[in-house]
Design a binder for this molecule. Sequence first.
Ligand code: WTA
Length: 649
Amino acid sequence: MSDSKVYPVSEELAATAHINNEKYLAMYEQSINDPDAFWGEEGKRLDWFKPYTKVKNTTFDPHNVDIRWFEDGTLNASYNCLDRHLETRGDQVAIIWEGDDPSDSENITYRDLHQRVCKFANALKARGVEKGDVVTLYMPMIPEAAVAMLACTRIGAVHSIVFGGFSPEALAARIEGAESKVVVTSNYSLRAGKSVPLKQNVDKALEHAAAKALVESVIVVKRVEQDVAWTDVDVWYEDLVAEASADCPAEEMEAEAPMFILYTSGSTGAPKGLKHTTGGYMVYAAMTHEYAFDYKEGDIYWCTADVGWVTGHSYIVYGPLANGGTSLMFEGVPSYPDNSRFGRVIEKHKVNQFYTAPTAIRALMQQGEDVLGDSDLSSLRILGSVGEPINPEAWEWYYRIIGQSRCPIVDTWWQTETGGMMILPLPGATAAKPGAASRPFFGVQPALLDADGNELEGATDGNLVIKDSWPGQSRSIWGDHERFIQTYFTTYKGYYTTGDGARRDEDGYYWITGRVDDVINVSGHRMGTAEVESALVAHPAVAEAAVVGYPHEVKGQGIYVYVTLQAGFEQSDELLKELRMHVRSEIGPIASPDLIQFAPGMPKTRSGKIMRRILRKIAEDDFDALGDTSTLADPSVVDDLIEHRMNRK
Ligand code: WTA
């Protein structure tokens, strides 16, 4: 029996929502039994230049992973987000921009946005960008970020957004990986009243010879009236659009034409650029956005993600705008000018749907129940959660304090690779259990496998895999299809491997238990432990490094680092600080280690493999359950690690 609390669907929502339970069950069944008919119909939510006649053509066969949806149709993503709305809702607000400073906001109508996008699209063309070229965006949360995305897709260029919190090193690697000739950035970004020198990071990235050789133009938005160093590849955004024409027809793209690349971390190697294509991605983003949030005409919708992550792609820009919605874009942080900011923004813009991450909720929760002050939250209808498992305490707090015990919470499990939401409780259909992502979206067939790849039945724990393709799925890793196959389709043949573990309860609900690989999730940011380790060993003092996650009250997981120093180096506070700074400058502040333990030796097997299981247990302060350590080359190492552990509960 499940001991979890259950929050039933309200009668009102069951009666008025796009999808109620009956409809969910019937549609789900059709989506699995007859995907061609189901998606053939759903695909019509977009405008196609040339309608498709084929719907699904996909195989997970590891010799030949090949995923195509709507393959003989043609369309344009930017057209679907803009042009097709002009006649009916040209004067409707497409983007509400709320600046870092609460007195700074802007309403951009569909007509305005269309104009801005066309101008910038022409500007890109004038800088030599052609169909199929990759444009790197390294931008703050300003309207120009959405404009640049839509301008790229308008002319068939592929955008690759690099989160503004990544370091110059990380940016350089992504420019090189994508062979990008053009970078769009801003002179500074604003966070909590302070300006951050974004453009300077681009300059530093271009000190890398390979990136420098590639990049022909750096287009710089003037976010702040402040000088920046200037080079001969730099050009002001404002100058380019001032002279650009507002007439730019949308390029006719094949459904499977690449639309964007987004780099994400895995358990091994450098971050990989996941490739998403146009038709399937757009159908899936639009549909999931509409159903998950029960989005209706006129609703004001706010997703607090950054466009540097996949959530910002699908649920700030493409999904909401494809649906002709009003999407709020927030430049600031939840704690500025004070902790009531989320509430103030909800009140100011009368937000109906609010989509955020558990880490933000936990941070607010720490400030007490009156953290949002006297903000009027009565406009809210639906709440969403994404990025990491939401613990039941945070769920209850979110429900009570922000949702005023009346708004359903949609806990959405998905990944950069999946393009859109995969497992979630549809608000009019699925009774919620705090902490459960619950039931699969249409077309999604989750399964749980044991370590040998056997499918498990009934209520159980296992490795979460997906049995067949859905339209939003990533098609490949940019430039390395073999790696795509290796990473996702070889561990368990015939399935897409998610890298997550899950439990299924007796009602068939899925509860995501977290990553089963060497990926950790810090404040909803996905990070490969191998990446952090390789940054650390690049420091001259470090002989060896091992990185694991440990439970962190606000961040979900914190970064716990074990380092063995090179002979001749002494442990010191100075060195600790230096190692932290080093990781920040190699990857970015989000990868900054929370705890660093100097370890004279690592627990290794006789063949020299680090036993991470043991390191994880010590980091969790749970060393009674270390298991068998007799296979270690030197079991005494473990005693020292325990004695000097950094996390004592
Ligand atoms: C985790 C973010 C539990 C999961 C959209 C996944 C979640 C990884 C949830 C993907 C959720 C995301 N419940 N875990 N609702 N949402 N995750 O690629 O481990 O940045 O594999 O995509 O985040 O992170 P990514």
